[in-house]
Structures are given as C-alpha cells and as structure tokens.
Design a protein. Structure first.
Length: 286
C-alpha cells in the first residue's frame, strides 16, 4: 500500500466518521461509542502523516470495523418505537457511485428527500399511536403513514442495493442468480423486463423485484408514488427509484439513460442476501 493509498483510505474513514457524528448529533442521539473524540483526532493526525506504517493503518481499520459493528449492533438490537425512525447512513461516500449517479444527486436525494419521508412517517405514527383519547383524522394520517413509510423503507433498501463495486450480472454462485434463471429464463430476459418496467412507470414511482413466499417465485412490480399498485404479501429484493429527483439533475428528462446507468451499480451481494433471508419464509402455496 503506497502512502497515497494509505492517506486516501484514512480520508475516507474520516469522512465516514464525521458523517456518523453529523447524523447522530442532529438527532440529539447518544451513540455511546467509546473514545470517539480521540478517534477523530487520531484520524486527523494520521491523514497528515507522510510516513504512517502498515501497522498503524491496520489499527485504524480494526478500530473503524469495531465502531461499524457497534453501530450495527445498536440498530439491530432495538426495535423502532412509533415516531422514532432515523435516516440511515449511506454505506459509501456520496461520490462513490459516480459517474453513474452524481454526488450532487446523492446528497440531495439522501439528505433532503429521504429525510422528508422519515420526518413524515414519524409525524404520522405519533398522531396514530402516541396521542391518547384525542380525535384524529384517521384517513389523513393512515395515508401519510403509507406514503412516507413506504418512501422511507424503499429508500433504505435502495441505498444498500447499490455499490461502487456493483454492476453486471450476479455470478452463478449466488442463489438469486439461479432463481432469476428459473423464473425469467435468463438474466438478459430479467434485465430487459425490469428495465421496461422502470421506463413504464407513469409519473413518480419505483420498479421492484420481489419474492413471493406464497408462490415461491420472483416477480416484477411497479409502484406509483411509493405505495400504489403494490403487490401484497411479497418482499422487495431489488428496487429502483424513478422519481425525477433521483436523476433529473444529471440526466434531465431522459429516464432511460439513468436506468441503463443504474445497472452499473447494482449490489448483487445485498440482493442475494435479501433473497436468502426471504427464502426462509414459506407460506402455504395457493
């Protein structure tokens, strides 16, 4: 590892750490990560060190992994109380998906649009579940819950469905690869159908690949907005946001170019993991 590579890695870790700090401090959270201030100071010093050793870089890598696992454990071990949803951190830097998806779009899409769905879901849940013996407009708040909740959940899948190391077709060792061949005949057939579905969405919405525990097969479904025309009793595995805010700053009104570019960042590791977990859920077929 050259000194340039070492410093670039440390800069990436520092940016991730500051993003962790920013997101949780905005929400007045206590992350309870030990020696956090010392960690930030260590990274700032290491980034300027022109003779940092491999051993020191490994120590930084080990500490970063410890913090990452601590955050994951904290999230996984706690249910989300009504009105207490949080914006998830991106699993990569804002510019990591370039040139396919620009940094400017990622910042606006994640920090502004996704945050608005989190805020809307929290408002709806507080109105529905935390106000005792008060008359409320159930129709309005249930609609708000469906719209904003689906927006929050779909975007959360969307970020992890992408990776700077993604793209191409899933390799044969993936379970999802075999299932795609079984249900669509070939990956090429699936890609064509999914692409056409994404381009067919009228207005704002999503294209999704879902698993049906009832039918025991994959299906493609489009959604208007976030929730209309949803295929019930299925689990989303791969989702593509085709709202204009997902691509307009970079691709203008040429959605098809955005859809083609998106295939270069699909994270099949994540899709395969979602499929393997979903496959365990089995309903009686009808």
């Amino acid at each position: 590892m050259t000194i340039i590579q070492k410093k670039a890695y440390i800069s990436d870790v520092l940016e991730w750490s500051r993003e962790v700090e920013r997101v949780f401090s905005i929400r007045e959270e206590n992350v309870r990560l030990s020696n956090w201030d010392q960690w930030i100071a260590q990274l700032e010093v290491a980034r300027e060190n022109n003779s940092i050793s491999e051993e020191e870089v490994q120590q930084i890598r080990d500490r970063a992994e410890y913090y990452h696992q601590s955050l994951e454990s904290r999230i996984e071990n706690n249910s989300v109380k009504p009105g207490d949803h949080k914006l998830p951190l991106l699993p990569y830097n804002y510019n990591a998906l370039e040139p396919h998806i620009s940094e400017k779009i990622m910042r606006l899409h994640h920090d502004k649009h996704h945050q608005s769905y989190v805020d809307g879901l929290n408002r709806a849940e507080r109105a529905l579940y935390l106000v005792d013996n008060q008359p409320i407009n159930y129709k309005y708040w249930l609609d708000e819950q469906a719209f904003n909740g689906s927006g929050h959940y779909l975007h959360t899948i969307f970020w992890f469905n992408m990776s700077p190391n993604g793209g191409g077709a899933p390799t044969p060792n993936y379970s999802i690869s075999k299932q795609i061949e079984n249900d669509f005949g070939s990956f090429a057939n699936f890609k064509q159908q999914f692409t056409e579905a994404a381009n067919s969405v009228q207005g704002s919405g999503w294209a999704t690949l879902v698993w049906s525990p009832r039918a025991r097969r994959l299906a493609i479904q489009t959604l208007e907005k976030h929730q209309n025309h949803a295929l019930a009793d299925t689990i989303p595995l791969l989702v593509l946001d085709v709202w204009e805010h997902a691509y307009y700053l970079q691709y203008d009104n040429e959605r098809s170019k955005y859809v083609q570019a998106w295939w270069n960042v699909v994270n099949w590791d994540d899709v395969d993991n979602r499929f393997n977990q979903s496959w365990k859920l089995k309903w009686k077929p009808f």
